[in-house]
Design a protein around this ligand. Structure first.
Ligand SMILES: Cc1cc2nc3c(=O)[nH]c(=O)nc-3n(C[C@H](O)[C@H](O)[C@H](O)COP(=O)(O)OP(=O)(O)OC[C@H]3O[C@@H](n4cnc5c(N)ncnc54)[C@H](O)[C@@H]3O)c2cc1C
Length: 411
């Protein structure tokens, strides 16, 4: 059996390792544009100089030898010949497969704003090469505009925060981290940003980039006519799946490649996992999908049981935060419990005994149990205590053999 994997990141690497554990003899090959394996979640640590590329790696140094995996690096796939079961690379080489996994991830989206795509000095933060390019321009930059205040935008801020650099964040939504925070939580972090001389412009769009005579971004004009000086723009305005090698609609694509619960596409013997499926573009989901695909590619039946992607923990400017599920109630039929004070802000959203979301800032205790209750929609109506104090012991069960266990179940 010949397994072929496109992509050497969260989904691809975990799929390859799982395949090898399940199948000792078959040939496993990974093809990737990347020439190193690293965690994209840690790119800001390379940007702030606290880690080298090598220190961003999430695999053992001898990973490819240890698991007997061929790695074709620096190779961009340009087409898939589904009928002849071949993957074609830009340099005209081709690789045969019996089972193929597409784990090609996603790329940053540069919105069609006037001059943004043409301007020099405009970057995104997705690949290690972006870090190098940003670092080079940053040496002579005084004003940086960051487009987007989501997780990647915030990582960019953390990565480039320097004493002599003025950062302005531009966000279309009405707050920082619109998917993870509510207005109150955002205002707590906005205060911390202000203390670092970082401005946040919310509910506005970037309308135009004014270029200098050399074609570099020079000013950013916002939809409310505010004009910001800039020597550099970092765009963190979402991602799009890497699917340009899928031609003639041979594989079904909606927002990303469409897969079933086995991570299988509609094409025979072709699977997909990670950001390219656009299920939830986060690391743990990419890993889980890669592993699930590997089981099914090797004939070991496995369902993708959990795609829960609304879980984020971060430590932003020294203040820790865990955001779980939906932190803003969809309508007023939901109950919202809040605790505030002494550097703490905690909020739980629930309805008819089911918790739908939680936001914990400054005190993240019980976040583990809350995550499980939200993910599994466990009914807590039978627990008569403060909702913020529910812990695993409230779910004690006694086994037939008299042992305690913590099965989280609705009573
Ligand atoms: C700055 C940043 C911060 C993040 N922070 C977090 C976080 O805190 N928590 C979290 O859960 N997630 C975070 N993420 C998201 C997380 O990194 C992604 O969900 C994860 O990397 C997805 O893994 P993947 O394997 O699907 O794809 P990717 O990591 O995108 O890797 C795609 C692979 O495919 C290869 N490839 C692409 N096109 C081709 C081609 N044509 N031919 C050959 N190879 C190709 C690439 O070289 C690469 O090896 C962050 C992402 C970024 C950019």
């Amino acid at each position: 059996m010949q397994y072929l994997i496109i992509g050497a990141s969260a989904a691809g690497i975990n799929a390859a390792k799982t395949l090898r554990n399940l199948d000792k003899d078959s040939e496993i090959t990974i093809i990737s544009k990347d020439d190193s394996v690293y965690s994209r979640c840690m790119l800001h640590r390379a940007l702030d100089g606290s880690r080298t590329l090598k220190e961003l790696s999430f695999i053992e140094e001898d990973f490819f030898e240890k698991y007997n995996i061929n790695w074709i690096k620096n190779a961009a796939v340009s087409n898939i010949d589904i009928d002849n079961k071949k993957v074609l690379v830009e340099d005209k080489t081709s690789y045969k497969f019996d089972k193929l996994l597409i784990a090609s991830g996603a790329s940053s989206f540069i919105p069609p704003v006037k001059n943004l795509r043409e301007a020099k000095g405009v970057y995104s933060l997705r690949n290690f090469e972006d870090v190098t390019a940003i670092e080079n321009t940053l040496k002579n930059a005084k004003n940086v505009v960051i487009l987007g205040a989501g997780l990647v935008g915030v990582d960019a801020v953390l990565g480039i925060m320097r004493k002599n650099i003025k950062i302005s964040i531009v966000e279309m939504g009405d707050r920082l981290l619109p998917l993870q925070l509510d207005k109150k939580a955002s205002s707590i972090y906005e205060k911390l940003l202000k203390e670092k001389n970082i401005d946040l412009f919310t509910s506005v769009k970037l309308e135009e980039v004014i270029l200098n005579e050399s074609g570099y971004a020079h000013k950013a004009v916002l939809s409310d006519s505010t004009t910001l000086d800039c020597d550099m723009i970092i765009v963190a305005a979402g991602v799009r799946p890497n699917i340009n090698f899928i031609k003639d609609n041979m594989i079904k694509v909606e927002k990303g490649i469409v897969v079933d619960k086995y991570c299988k596409t509609n094409a025979p013997d072709i699977y997909a996992a990670g950001d390219v499926t656009f299920t939830a573009p986060i690391w743990p989901i990419a890993v889980k999908q890669g592993i699930t695909a590997a089981f099914n590619m090797s004939g070991n039946n496995k369902d993708l049981t959990d795609n829960f992607g609304m879980k984020n923990s971060m430590n932003l400017l020294g203040l820790e935060c865990v955001s779980l599920g939906n932190v803003n109630p969809p309508d007023n039929t939901y109950d919202v419990d809040i605790i505030e004070g002494q550097g703490i802000y905690k909020k739980i959203i629930h309805k008819d005994g089911i918790i739908y979301g939680a936001l914990l800032i400054g005190d993240i205790s019980y976040c583990g149990v809350l995550g499980e209750l939200i993910k599994n929609k466990i009914n807590i109506e039978h627990i008569h205590k403060n909702i913020f104090d529910i812990d695993y012991s409230d779910f004690y069960n006694v086994d037939l053999d008299g042992q305690y266990n913590y099965k989280l179940v609705s009573k």
